[in-house]
Design a protein around this ligand. Structure first.
Ligand SMILES: NC(=O)c1ccc[n+]([C@@H]2O[C@H](COP(=O)([O-])OP(=O)(O)OC[C@H]3O[C@@H](n4cnc5c(N)ncnc54)[C@H](O)[C@@H]3O)[C@@H](O)[C@H]2O)c1
Length: 255
């Protein structure tokens, strides 16, 4: 009888790129992957924050704006080897109903969450295939799986991210690259709700209805778990929500 596969894939010896790594889920994921032994490359626009975080983790910090082709090219040129790409950069930039849609905000939401993600993924794909055990992980959202009232631009963009993950998994079926999606529910991060509402008081109110929102480290734990499964195990989609939010959905559905 052949030996059972090992229970987990070590981070040591693998290089992980994390985008939007200067705050929230990206920063927590970079820290968690560094603790797992990954050689982490942090990419983000705010170099002051990034440099400090990278120094604390013994990681590399590189400037990256996923909406800027020249920035992506310069970033990719500096990471010749990559085994894991965590596409985390993203966000919601308004919560207006379609009747009041601000098209600039829609364009920005799609630029960052969808086009920027495609731009970087395309550029790093040859290196991920060359790794022989590559991973592309998309940070989607529960908003990308169902529909919520308010914030149609974000909901539509994250549906795009979900479709991207599903499609790429099919496209890469004969390549040594896993495609993983994580869809968090409500996560209390400093900037996400603030970007969406544009107001600290309103941002705080977003979390008030949820008894115990997730924190960025909860999502980072799940990302690290999925990435350290043996490479023949593809965790297609992880939906991670605060328990209270899950219960609210159930009441809503049944009521
Ligand atoms: N907080 C939540 O409730 C929640 C829920 C589900 C999904 N998400 C997703 O998680 C991811 C991280 O969000 P967060 O909650 O940590 O908020 P955040 O605002 O702290 O993180 C977003 C990061 O993306 C970066 N970013 C934005 N535009 C960029 C660009 N053009 N190039 C490079 N980086 C860019 C930001 O600078 C920031 O570091 C996002 O994709 C978000 O949509 C968040």
């Amino acid at each position: 009888m052949s030996a059972p596969p090992s229970r987990s894939l070590p981070g040591t010896g693998r290089t992980a790129v994390v985008t939007g790594a200067s705050s929230g889920i990206g920063a927590a994921t970079a820290a968690r992957l560094a603790a797992e032994g990954f050689d982490v490359v942090l990419g983000a626009r705010r170099m002051d924050r990034l440099t400090e975080l990278a120094a604390a983790l013994g990681a590399r910090a590189l400037p990256l704006d996923v909406t800027d082709a020249a920035s992506v090219d310069a970033f990719v040129a500096q990471v010749p080897r990559v085994d894991v790409l965590v596409n985390n950069a993203g966000g919601a930039f308004d919560a207006k109903p379609v009747a009041e849609a601000d098209l600039d905000s829609w364009a920005r939401t799609f630029e960052v969450n969808v086009l920027g993600t495609v731009r970087l993924t395309k550029a790093l794909l040859p290196a991920l295939i060359a790794s022989g055990a590559g991973d592309v992980l998309f940070v989607g959202s529960t908003a990308g799986l169902v529909s919520y009232e308010g914030g149609a631009s974000y909901t539509a963009a994250k549906h795009g991210v979900h479709t991207l993950a599903e499609t790429m998994r099919l496209e890469l079926f004969d390549q040594p690259v896993r495609v993983i999606e994580i869809a968090p529910g409500m996560v209390r991060t400093d900037e996400f709700a603030l970007n969406r509402t544009g107001d600290r008081e309103k941002a705080d109110a977003v979390y008030r209805g949820v008894r115990a929102p997730l924190v960025a480290e909860d999502v980072a734990d799940c990302i690290a778990w999925a990435l350290t499964r043996p490479h023949h195990v593809n965790v297609d989609l992880l939906v991670v929500r605060p328990r209270a939010q899950a219960a609210q959905h159930k009441v809503h559905r049944e009521g």
